[in-house]
Design a protein around this ligand. Structure first.
Ligand code: MN
Length: 319
């Protein structure tokens, strides 16, 4: 199926459905959450009953609390038997977490740009060349003729800004800027979006960043920079896991590091985030270790402690 055929197929599904449940991935980022909310708000504008949600733990990261949440429901309140479930920015069924069973029970549409997405659901619109799922939902809304008001524009703009690293990654094409321009014209305000996401953190984040950056290790021979966030660090800074996501951006700027690795200690193991400058495909590395993602941005979870996980990554990098 070409992208054009996929857009028409998904648009048809959305037109026919009246009760629509939209599901992002667990541990939502700006693209997953923003795009889910945008689609739900636009669907309501078109006269549908629509809600958006994501699997447990149901915590909206502080950086994204400025987004309009009137269409957001906890996973427990997700409709049990909607006409259509739409999975947005979800690379594989397990990324739906606690929403996976309801998504599997009825008709399922998947909209995603992860290269690792093997395709699932009844209709899939997957475009690994899209900069963000927000770009794909923008095309869908254009096709459907559904209104892109200021709220929808703000949500989609958030997806574009975050998934392109503030329009800095190689995915930042003229087309991405064209869409961003349309969204600004429709009411997204770049200074406000950036302030909430990048220019405002709880004071505890400074304490956490100080500890984690002080602990960072640079291994020039492996072109690797890495650090670890321990549960105790979060506790003493009064922050949650979702607040530590930005730390990978603090360490990945190291000159001479092709790959950055942030290890977050969890209850039973480690959550690893990877970033690449381009020479190393960390998406493929993450898949080898049981995760997934994009060429330059990926992650995986292990039931090993952080000190074991860094060994696994080192081994993959030297393989
Ligand atoms: Mn995305």
């Amino acid at each position: 199926m070409t992208d054009r055929e996929a857009i028409l197929a998904v648009a048809g599904e959305l037109r026919r459905a009246q009760r629509i449940g939209i599901a992002g991935h667990v541990g939502p980022d700006g693209d997953s959450l923003g795009t889910s909310l945008a689609l739900a708000i636009a669907a309501r504008g078109a006269g549908k009953e629509a809600v958006a949600s994501f699997g447990e733990p149901f915590v909206v990261p502080a950086a994204f609390r400025f987004l309009p949440q009137h269409v957001l429901v906890a996973p427990g309140a997700f409709p049990a038997d909607p006409d259509l479930v739409v999975a947005v920015d979800v690379g594989a069924p397990d990324r739906l977490g606690s929403l996976a069973p309801v998504a599997a029970a009825g008709r399922l549409v998947v909209i995603d740009h992860h290269r690792s997405n093997a395709g699932f659901g009844d209709v899939a619109y997957i475009d690994p060349d899209a900069a963000a799922s927000a770009q794909m939902v923008y095309y869908l809304l254009e096709e459907l003729g559904w209104s892109i008001d200021a709220e929808v524009a703000t949500c989609l703009y958030t997806g574009l800004v975050t998934d392109t690293g503030r329009f800095q990654y190689s995915s930042t094409t003229p087309e991405v800027h064209r869409i961003a321009g349309r969204l600004i014209a429709a009411g997204a305000v770049p200074t406000e979006v950036s302030r909430f996401i990048y220019e405002e953190t709880p004071f505890g984040y400074l304490e956490l960043a100080g500890v984690v950056m002080g602990r960072a290790q640079f291994e020039p021979d492996a072109a690797l920079v890495w650090s670890t966030v321990y549960i105790d660090d979060l506790r003493s800074a009064g922050l949650g896991y979702e607040d530590a996501d930005g730390l990978i951006n603090e360490i990945r700027v190291t000159a001479g590091a092709e790959v950055a690795l942030l290890l977050k200690e969890t209850d039973g193991g480690t959550k690893a985030s990877l970033r690449s400058r381009g020479a190393v495909d960390v998406g493929s590395l993450a898949r080898t270790l049981g995760g997934g993602g994009h060429h330059n941005s990926a992650g995986f979870n292990r039931s090993d402690p952080p000190e074991v996980v860094v060994e696994l990554v080192r081994a993959e990098l030297s393989a």
